[in-house]
Design a protein around this ligand. Structure first.
Ligand SMILES: NC(=O)c1ccc[n+]([C@@H]2O[C@H](COP(=O)([O-])OP(=O)(O)OC[C@H]3O[C@@H](n4cnc5c(N)ncnc54)[C@H](OP(=O)(O)O)[C@@H]3O)[C@@H](O)[C@H]2O)c1
Length: 286
């Protein structure tokens, strides 16, 4: 039995969709905190098991009879380390053999607050747990680009505090497909994989591709963090959120998300989605 946590979220749900293509539903379990959001999974025969990462007893109960767990990391700003430790301890107590953890890509030693620091603590805890582990260092989602540059095609300019930094964006659905393949194949015990797109792009390239698709000039201008944050706050974003997005810019500028790794391409058996293809589908749907 393979159990996927965060099964009502983007990555977890899509990982289960991919698992269902190769694995009988009776061998798949979904950990959810609200079963009402998982009726589609239950209807397809997936074992839906309720538990919150904060509820240790419910986690132990949910993990009974499970061999492998995919721990989809908890959301930033919610005491991630405590939640992840609970999941790891409960998995061990319930007799789980192998735990996969979704960390963030880390090609440099830049520490993104609320993300890298809690990933480092979780990875160390998992490695010391005695469970067989697999660490998946996921690249920045293409789907997350909208948080950084907006959901609409920019009028004429992208302003973001990322300097010349690059990101090896990867589609969340492709991460899910790669993860499902790792969960259902052998040889990944005590391994660490960085799962990214095959090309890293600067925000100049994002602007250039959008300009080509829109048929009008769009440029990128890097900003200092403070004016970017002030501009976002003036536009209605809560300051901690604007600050957090600016930190992703700093992470990009420092190269944390820039490394390209061929693992996703190998697991998919094809090149992952490229920037222009993603932008066309997301910003210029037909
Ligand atoms: N690589 C990237 O670009 C990137 C971007 C954003 C986030 N992330 C990280 O990757 C994770 C997965 O991404 P995603 O897009 O799938 O995020 P998502 O759509 O927000 O899904 C997160 C999932 O975790 C579940 N969850 C959160 N807190 C929980 C708790 N206390 N107990 C049980 N379940 C809990 C949520 O349950 P509900 O459905 O009940 O809310 C949801 O199913 C995120 O949680 C975050 O750590 C990575």
């Amino acid at each position: 039995m393979i159990l996927v946590t965060g099964a009502t979220g983007g990555l977890g749900h899509e990982t289960i969709n991919c698992l269902l293509a190769t694995t009988p539903a009776a061998e798949i379990a979904a950990l959810v905190r609200d079963v009402r959001k998982a009726t589609d999974l239950a209807a397809r025969g997936v074992n839906v098991r309720p538990a919150d990462y904060f509820n240790y007893a419910a986690l132990v109960h949910a993990f009974r009879g499970v061999e492998k767990v995919l721990l989809v990391s908890a959301v930033a700003f919610t005491d991630r380390v405590r939640q992840h430790r609970n999941v790891i301890d409960a998995a061990k107590e319930a007799g789980v053999k192998h735990l996969f953890y979704t960390s963030i890509q880390r090609d440099t030693d830049f520490v993104l607050p609320e993300v890298t620091d809690s990933d480092l603590a979780t990875e160390a805890y998992l490695k010391a747990s005695g469970l067989v582990y697999t660490i998946l260092r996921n690249g920045y989602y293409f789907e997350g680009l909208a948080y950084l540059i907006g959901r609409e095609v920019p009028e004429a300019e992208i302003r973001f505090p990322a300097g010349e930094g690059q990101i090896a964006f990867v589609k969340r659905t492709e991460l899910a497909a790669a993860t499902a393949t790792l969960l259902t194949s052998e040889g990944h015990g005590n391994q660490e994989y960085t799962l990214t797109g095959s090309v890293a792009y600067s925000f100049h390239e994002v602007a250039r591709e959008l300009a080509a698709l829109a048929g009008r000039p769009i440029t990128y201008r890097s900003s200092e963090p403070a004016p970017y944050i002030a501009q976002q706050v003036a536009a209605g974003l809560p300051e901690p959120v604007a600050n957090f997005f600016a930190q992703w810019g700093a992470a990009a500028e420092h190269g944390m998300l820039a490394g390209t790794h061929d693992t996703v391409a190998r697991l998919l058996g094809r090149q992952p989605t490229a920037l222009r293809e993603y932008l066309k589908a997301a910003y210029f749907p037909v």
